[in-house]
Design a protein around this ligand. Structure first.
Ligand code: 13P
Length: 300
């Protein structure tokens, strides 16, 4: 084991820390984590952990969720600049206006939102449970924020009226239908799995539309040997590691989230040394945001 890995392991034990990493993290960061998962799995893991310190290898809103669920713990995001442009695409004024215009509607916010937006929503969802949350919520009209592609995917699978905010993930929109079709020409037997943040014409030609955790499960489950993967390319590391006899083809080498990649082993080490930079959420916002997250966690 090289020095940085040894030091991370030693400090992690000394400080009573747990390292959580999203499926889009760099391979070497995923490999030192105690738990790697999708947004929902990471929220569940953060809700259960007994560790005193959570080193969150992901983007800002994810670390914020961990803090909302664990106010007594230190939650560290190794680089505070690791934000999510999609989460920043809706402001509280926008949400308030939507509520005024649609007084009968309930608000479902994607987990890719700020704590303030969650605090002003009825319930939260992730890409793996969005449809379930829409179906379970006690309302026929839904304000769905902020991802228009996830919203459009869900709206095609429900009879409920959905008012959808026009935000999008700047990484997923680079996944193009033509690139998938070109790969499909080459690997005719390949299964196409895409994330619901992809554009509707991409979603339409996919065999499966799944969260990152859903893709990992499906790749193991299916007999197929080849897969075309339409999401951030960090997931390929885990797919290959867990399925060494199968082949995974990213739609393009450009599908990289620069924010996810801000987290490096060196930054993880520094975070463990200094227990910084810490994520904090104002208490009155935290309490309200927790209601929306807890409601989501109750949806199985
Ligand atoms: P998952 O919940 O599928 O891991 O997606 C997280 C995300 O932020 C996608 O951009």
């Amino acid at each position: 084991m090289n020095d940085i890995l040894k030091e991370i392991k030693k400090l992690k034990e000394e400080k009573g820390a747990v390292i959580l990493a999203h499926n889009y993290q760099r391979g070497e960061v995923q490999d030192i984590a105690d738990f790697v998962g999708d947004s929902l799995e990471l929220s569940r893991c953060a809700a259960k952990t007994n560790a005193k310190v959570i080193i969150f290898c992901g983007v800002h809103f994810m670390a914020e969720v961990a803090k909302i669920l664990n106010p007594e713990k230190k939650v560290i995001l190794p680089d505070l600049k690791a934000g999510c442009p999609l989460a920043n695409m809706i402001k509280l004024e926008d949400l308030n206006k939507l509520k005024e215009e649609n007084p009968r509607a309930k608000v479902i916010c994607y987990i890719n939102t700020s704590a303030e937006i969650k605090a002003n929503s009825d319930i939260c969802c992730t890409s793996s449970n969005a449809l379930k949350v829409v179906e379970r919520i006690d309302a026929e009209e839904i304000i769905f924020i902020p991802d228009m592609n996830l919203g459009s995917f869900v709206s095609k699978n429900t009879k409920k009226k959905m008012i959808i905010w026009q935000g999008f993930c700047p990484t997923h929109i680079w996944i193009k239908k033509e690139d998938i079709l070109r790969l499909k020409e080459k690997y005719r037997d390949a299964i196409v799995m895409v994330h619901p943040e992809c554009l509707p014409d991409v979603v339409e030609i996919a065999d499966y539309v799944l969260s990152t955790g859903g893709m990992l499960k499906k790749a193991k489950e299916l007999e197929s040997k080849r897969f075309i993967i339409g999401t951030e390319n960090g997931i390929i590391h885990r797919l290959k590691k867990e399925n060494p006899s199968k082949e995974f083809y990213p739609v393009s080498n450009k599908i990289i989230c620069p924010n996810m990649k801000r987290i490096t082993l060196k930054k993880v080490l520094n975070s463990l040394k200094n227990l910084k930079p810490e994520i904090n959420v104002e208490e009155n916002i935290r309490i309200k945001a927790k209601v929306a997250i807890d409601k989501m966690l109750e949806v199985v």
